[in-house]
Design a binder for this molecule. Structure first.
Ligand SMILES: [Mg+2]
Length: 188
């Protein structure tokens, strides 16, 4: 299900809200979160076709986050098709997408730190390691991370580990903003 694009004002105010809540790292799932279908890690179509499934409110939110100094973005997915994810990001956000760290099930990385390896935790922790290697002055921790994901198990584990998280209901993707505002404690 596609959804409406966030208005420029809405997205900018969401970024302000994230900053006010001390969140500087958006970790976003791919299948059924950033896009409105599940590829099952086996997308055989074209990149432009897949891009038609990118949810407009995520296009706006992540684009604004990428343009915001000090705000970091990762795509965290169990899909092994990270090259496809990278191509989609490039198509949607152009050169800005170079700032996106991607962690998927492609066996190109491992997380050796002491934190939880459960569900998306190692993906996020490994992404943070890369972000910190690019910008050692950045301060990104579990407490400054927000996970957006349609998988309730990923959300549960994130919350257990001290990561703030918003469950994206694939049937009601337009509620992303409302849920974000609820989580961050500010009404509309
Ligand atoms: Mg998903």
């Amino acid at each position: 299900m596609a959804n409406a694009e966030l208005s420029p004002t809405t997205s900018t105010s969401l970024i302000s809200l994230l900053q006010a809540s001390n969140i500087n790292f958006l970790a976003c799932d791919f299948d059924l979160t950033l896009i409105d279908i599940h590829t099952s890690g086996n997308w055989l179509g074209t990149i432009p076709d897949l891009c038609t499934h990118v949810r407009p409110n995520f296009t706006k939110l992540i684009g604004d986050a990428l343009r915001t100094p000090g705000m970091h973005v990762a795509i965290v997915t169990f899909s092994p098709q990270t090259a496809v994810v990278r191509d989609v990001c490039r198509e949607v956000w152009g050169d800005l997408s170079d700032k996106i760290v991607i962690r998927g099930g492609d066996r190109t990385w491992s997380y050796e730190g002491g934190g939880s390896q459960d569900r998306k935790q190692s993906h996020m922790a490994s992404a943070v390691e890369e972000l910190l290697s690019i910008d050692p002055t950045a301060t990104v921790t579990r407490a400054t991370t927000l996970l957006l994901d349609d998988d309730a198990d990923n959300i549960k584990v994130a919350l257990r580990e001290g990561v703030r998280a918003v469950w994206i209901n694939p049937r009601e993707p337009d509620k992303m903003e409302e849920h974000l505002r609820e989580l961050l404690g500010t009404g509309t």
